[in-house]
Design a binder for this molecule. Sequence first.
Ligand SMILES: Nc1nc2c(ncn2[C@@H]2O[C@H](COP(=O)(O)OP(=O)(O)OP(=O)(O)O)[C@@H](O)[C@H]2O)c(=O)[nH]1
Ligand SMILES: [Mg+2]
Ligand SMILES: [Zn+2]
Length: 294
Amino acid sequence: MDTGKIYQSLSGFYDVVSNGKTFRTRARGNFRKKNITPLVGDLVEFQIEDGDKGYILKVLPRRNSLVRPPIANIDQAIVVTATTQPEFSSNLLDRQLVALEVNKIKPLIYFSKTDLLNQDMEKHFEEVAKGYQRIGYDVIFPKQAFDQESLDHLRQLFSNKENVIMGQTGAGKSTLLNHLAPELNLKTGEISTALNRGKHTTRKVALLSVNDGLIADTPGFSSYDTFTIDFRDLTKYFPEFMRASVKCRFRGCVHVNEPGCEVKKQVADKQIMSSRYQNYLQMYTEIKNRKPKY
Ligand SMILES: Nc1nc2c(ncn2[C@@H]2O[C@H](COP(=O)(O)OP(=O)(O)OP(=O)(O)O)[C@@H](O)[C@H]2O)c(=O)[nH]1
Ligand SMILES: [Mg+2]
Ligand SMILES: [Zn+2]
């Protein structure tokens, strides 16, 4: 029996790398019964058969895992966020940030297509970027698309970590990776077709070695559902709400109808971005009204 890491998953096959060798494996039959799906990033025990094939016996305990994109054991997620084409959605961004906070994965927000903005829109998005920076997130806002400074900054932030690149279809995830490491030669979509046909250019999750780090390219999505958390806990995943909430009058304040709520005060004072609060309320209502699944 050997131990390795899943680098790629494609139609029921898992490519496991062990001591620098790749083995094409399948999951053992009883995985489905036990409701275990191996994920890219998983450490697994596997049995080698016929040289470079094998089957997975066991998925080792995970540090964390995401459903969208499906990946495990990640330190940092580069959230590629289009400022335009597709249109910026603070809601989609905040949902991804919450999912990452829930899973204790460090977000890094990368704004793409900044070269397509006119001056007014560029100013607007610089403010948006600053807002997320004030929350405490690492943010990269390229002055010119793929300028050296942004790429170097990104390289510095991802080296020696296991990273995943996530974001909406057509946001520019694969394009960004190609700029970081041209030898990857990843397939990218035409802007127009990517958006109009709703087709993903990237179809599989695969871990790639880029400089001194590992990055998973992933297929994009167009929507992002909420999470299996208690609605009372949602506030915990908004770091700026947590900082403010020590001054809320009530312990356990969820910042909706309570009097003396510091979060609502800071929204009114524009210290907290109102888009964040609106998105919080929307997610809160959604989670609260969700029918329990049996
Ligand atoms: N002008 C401009 N175009 C960009 C930028 N980033 C990506 N694009 C274009 O946007 C289109 C989509 O890029 P992809 O890299 O395929 O997007 P993706 O996020 O990998 O999409 P999926 O694989 O479908 O999830 C391509 O035509 C890219 O050339 C950018 O910063 N500026
Ligand atoms: Mg792609
Ligand atoms: Zn409050």
